[in-house]
Design a protein around this ligand. Structure first.
Ligand code: GLN
Length: 548
């Protein structure tokens, strides 16, 4: 393993306690001490990637530069550690088995009996080591999805055990646990965490660190208890209370000297830490007074009786980042587009927003409502940002209501429309005919050229950009000149000029009406907002001030 160090992060008690943010924050504080870091995510499900999963169940599909369709935690790693990851940094049980079976078929196991143990964990180790070599990292963080005690992540705990036994000084594990404080009882309960540690112990692993997530900071007594009953020294029990802003987590960790303790444990020199950029950011956020409200018109919100906005995680983050840069707090309202289908007059309620965003999506449900929302924003000069499907629907809206092509549509929804302004490209047609859905969209980073003098070019301050995609349909070449003549500007195009990447209305016609075929949200970071989001939120701020 050439002296590379590995930190595993696993979750105890329940899901959703912030393993992803913990992993990302540990990465950020180690990076702030001058170490080269990278991260991997292991998802225990059998799907080969996240591309085929329902966003309401699984959350956002985060797309990497190389087009891999991964888990939303990968987005957190990129944003917190300011790194760009690739498919080597992401694995699922499906992916691991797929390669073991492939090797077996190629006789690569030399006639041996191929078994779940040790061959599956060995494949996992091989992938972890290769990813950290490729990224040239000194410290690699590996987050294990799910919660310890689930049948399906046992093999990944076995991976930790096998790596640790060979290189005890190079491998650490961190358990992110939850310490509840039930209202009626009125004190923090550590027992669930004790059970979680016991479960990990039964897999032959003893976590070195326990990150105790709770609503409020943990007192000394509870720390002592966890230390005593979970077999870790007190300085290795870190209290991680809820915070207003996720970037405070890493500052809290540093207050507890977490990076120094980790480095000592890994026998690495401590080096000085520079967290000034994060400190400034958190202070700036705290001092911000003005705020804007953005309406997001989408459909992947519901899970049972709850509204879960995870499907739009990177969009939410990108809006926040733009707010940090523009000096405003950003509040988001979720609007189910189907509402405007049942009651079209309700589009008028969009006037209350400082900006409206229509994000990506698939299929026919809710799209007529989104089109109505876009029309309202265009006609009433409400700042609008459309992403992917949001851009396609804006083109349809323009074709219908400005060009007068009443039945304009996308062939995704109506194959027989007479005016397929959004259509599928020939190679994609073949994929659909063959039922070949997995990882076959136009995926990952593609370059685009910007038209000088446009809003897009002004915001990016660049003539050529690279952005991440995830779609099958495109603006049909047959309609481009007609649409342009009617006043919609294609301000970004693929370098060969064939694919439309950004649309906009000129500044004299609308304060901000911009949409992109790509997903700008994947490249926004807290310390550097994305230009399109920045333009959008700045326009929203202006509207808010004018309306005061
Ligand atoms: N459904 C559209 C397409 O596949 C848009 C996809 C998206 O918004 N990500 O082209």
């Amino acid at each position: 393993m050439e002296n590379r160090k590995y930190i595993f992060v696993m979750g105890g008690v329940m899901s959703g306690v912030g393993k992803g943010i913990t992993t990302s924050s540990i990465g950020a504080i180690l990076k702030a001490r001058g170490y080269k870091v990278t991260a991997l995510k292991i998802d225990p499900y059998v799907n080969v990637d996240a591309g085929t999963m329902n966003p309401t169940e699984h959350g956002e599909v985060f797309v990497l530069n190389d087009g891999d369709e991964t888990d939303q935690d990968m987005g957190n790693y990129e944003r917190f550690m300011d790194i760009q990851l690739s498919r080597e940094n992401y694995m699922t049980t499906g992916r691991v088995y797929e390669s073991v079976i492939h090797r077996e078929r190629n006789l690569e196991y030399g006639g041996k009996c191929v078994e779940v143990v040790p061959h599956i964990p060995l494949e996992v180790i091989d992938r972890i080591v290769k990813a950290s070599e490729k990224d040239g990292s000194e410290i690699t963080l590996i987050e294990i999805g799910g919660t310890v005690g689930e049948y399906q992540n046992v093999l990944f705990l076995e991976t930790i055990r096998m790596m640790k036994i060979k290189n005890p000084d190079d491998v650490l594990s961190v358990l992110v646990s939850y310490v509840p404080m039930p209202n009626k009882i009125g004190e923090m309960k550590t027992k669930p965490t004790q059970y979680a540690v016991r479960t990990v112990n039964s897999a032959g692993v003893q976590p070195e660190f326990i990150i105790a997530r709770s609503e409020v900071p943990m007192d000394q007594k509870r720390k002592e208890k966890i230390s005593m009953f979970c077999n870790v020294g007190e300085e290795f029990v870190i209290s991680a209370p809820d915070v207003d802003n996720v970037y405070e987590v890493l500052l809290n960790f540093e207050r507890d000297n977490l990076s120094e303790t980790i480095l000592k444990k890994l026998r690495l020199e401590t080096r000085t830490s520079d967290l000034s950029a994060w400190k400034n950011l958190v202070e700036k956020i705290k001092a911000t007074k003005d705020s804007v409200t953005i309406g997001i018109v989408g459909k992947y919100f519901g899970t049972g009786d709850f509204v879960l906005s995870d499907a739009y995680m990177s969009v939410i983050e990108a809006i926040k980042h733009a707010g940090y840069q523009a000096g405003v707090k950003t509040k988001i309202d979720w609007i189910n587009s189907e509402l405007f289908e049942k009651e079209p007059e309700k589009t008028g309620s969009l006037s209350q927003y400082d900006g409206v965003l229509v994000p990506g999506g698939f299929g026919g449900r809710g799209i007529e409502g989104k089109i109505k929302a876009i029309q309202f924003c265009r006609e009433n000069k409400i700042p609008f940002l459309g992403i992917c499907y949001g851009m396609q629907l804006a083109v349809i809206e323009y074709a219908r209501n400005v060009l007068g092509l009443e039945d304009a549509n996308t062939t995704e929804v109506n194959r027989d429309t007479k005016n397929p302004v959004i259509d599928i490209m020939p190679e994609q047609k073949k994929n659909l005919e063959d039922g070949n859905y997995g990882a076959t969209m136009r995926l990952g980073a593609y370059p685009a050229k910007l038209e000088a003098g446009t809003i897009a070019a002004t915001l990016y301050k660049q003539a050529e950009i690279s952005e991440r995609h995830r779609h099958r349909w495109e603006v049909s070449p047959q309609y481009i000149s007609k649409i342009e003549t009617a006043g919609l500007v294609f301000s970004g195009k693929s370098p060969d000029g064939k694919l439309m990447e950004i649309i906009e209305l000129p500044g004299e016609k609308h304060p901000f009406f911009v949409a992109s075929q790509f997903h700008p949200e994947f490249k926004s970071t807290p310390l550097k907002a994305h230009p399109l989001f920045f333009g959008f939120v700045s326009a929203a701020k202006k509207r808010n001030q004018e309306n005061k």
